[in-house]
Design a protein around this ligand. Structure first.
Ligand SMILES: Cc1cc2nc3c(=O)[nH]c(=O)nc-3n(C[C@H](O)[C@H](O)[C@H](O)COP(=O)(O)OP(=O)(O)OC[C@H]3O[C@@H](n4cnc5c(N)ncnc54)[C@H](O)[C@@H]3O)c2cc1C
Length: 369
């Protein structure tokens, strides 16, 4: 689900034309919640990124920030809840039940909608991961509220409404969407769009447990086995410290190997612009940008990429962007920190050789730290 739901979220039309007093019954909806996504004991880092964004919203609204943790009974779920306090939570809601060991939409939707209906948050944020998108859609439809997907910015208006901003019209415009007539206001945010807040050691605060109230027979989906992902080539683009990417300017799939070679020598992940995926030169999990991955590396090297807005939105969180392009007027030079106007097909092998000569495996690790 990559588009916001049309019905409730957009039903009010533009904010300017519909501004009104919030209905009285909205007042029982208070506080900002973040769904803490964990699978097999691993919390997805997007959850902590959202805690950082949620903290800012909660402070602005002068309300509490709560983490919602759903999972099996046991240490991992408890740990996720206590860890949430180190990322800014004031309290945590926990639904722990053996039926929640594996993610199953029905059980997780029931768990989350039940806590929402009981404790009534004003704002509910989830990561736009595979799990988060699946859960957010079904929770919003069950609660009959609006959901703005893949937000790039979150803020609150003077009246406390969530202003959820996301790209629209193919990424050429940003629109701000309000859920005017329904509560809670729900939004998803993709990994790496929000900065990771610092973790500050803290003692756990209030933890409120809530029962699931389901039996196995209530759940149609059965997990027969769990196969761990053994694809060692799978990209870790979103969380890589160094990324080298290539675009159409490289001219052929053979030349794209130059990107892979440089990435390999400096211990980086490799990525690409969308046309390379469309041409079948590179697999889709390597695409960077609005419809691909958002990255926040310390160093991003872009070779033969023009810097279209849909690519830019996925990379502008990088600390240092180095662009290699033959066209000195290419849009990428508007936001790159360092530009090299030259032929990438000649420069990339020269860079690879220079790094190969200078870097021992030990110093390669240092680049990424
Ligand atoms: C709805 C929608 C979603 C999209 N999502 C994404 C997305 O997620 N990610 C994405 O990347 N794009 C996305 N796009 C596509 C985007 O609009 C651009 O078309 C795309 O980013 C352009 O890719 P490019 O820079 O590789 O190619 P081009 O725009 O063709 O740029 C090639 C560049 O290479 C330079 N060049 C040529 N030869 C050389 C050379 N030898 N050495 C160095 N430089 C050279 C050229 O000067 C040029 O600047 C999306 C578009 C739409 C409509």
């Amino acid at each position: 689900m990559s588009e916001p739901t049309k019905a409730p979220a957009a039903s009010g039309g533009s904010r300017a034309s519909t501004k009104k007093e919030l209905p009285e019954h909205f007042k029982s909806y208070k506080h900002v919640w973040v769904f803490i996504e964990q699978e097999r004991g691993q919390v997805h880092p997007v959850s902590w990124e959202l805690m950082g964004a949620g903290r800012k919203l909660a402070d602005k609204l002068k309300v509490e920030l709560a983490a919602v943790v759903i999972g099996p009974e046991g240490e991992a779920t408890q740990h996720a809840a206590t860890e949430a306090f180190c990322y800014g939570a004031d309290l945590a809601y926990v639904v722990a039940d053996p039926l929640l060991t594996d993610y199953r939409n029905e059980a997780y939707t029931k768990a989350l909608t039940d806590v929402v209906n009981t404790y009534q948050p004003e704002i509910l944020l989830l990561g736009a991961t595979t799990l988060g998108r699946d859960l957010a859609g079904s929770v919003a439809t069950t609660l009959l509220t609006g959901l703005t997907a893949d937000c790039t910015e979150l803020d609150v208006d003077a009246d406390g409404s969530l202003a959820a901003t996301r790209p629209t019209f193919g990424g050429s415009l940003l629109c701000t969407i309000y859920t005017l007539n329904f509560r809670p206001q729900m939004a998803t945010v993709r990994p790496r769009v929000m900065p990771m807040p610092d973790r500050v050691e803290k003692i756990a605060g209030r933890i409120i447990t809530h029962p699931l109230g389901m039996i196995e027979d209530d759940i149609v989906t059965k997990v027969l086995s769990f196969l761990p992902d053994r694809d060692s080539n799978k990209s870790n683009l979103a969380y890589a410290d160094v990324v080298v990417a290539g675009g159409l300017g490289l001219g052929s799939p053979e030349n794209f190997q130059l990107v892979r070679q440089l990435a390999s020598v400096i211990g980086a992940e490799f990525g690409c612009s969308r046309p390379l995926v469309q041409k079948g030169w590179v697999s889709s999990d390597r695409q960077i940008g609005q419809t691909g991955k958002t990255i926040r590396p310390k160093l991003y090297i872009a070779a033969g990429i023009s810097g279209a807005i849909q690519h830019r939105v996925g990379v502008e969180g990088a600390d240092l962007i180095v662009a290699i392009n033959t066209d000195k007027n290419a849009p990428i030079f508007d936001f790159a920190h360092m530009g090299i106007v030259t032929d990438a097909i000649r420069l990339l092998p020269a860079l690879t050789e220079a790094f190969r000569a200078r870097l021992s495996p030990h110093s390669r690790d240092r680049i990424a730290s």
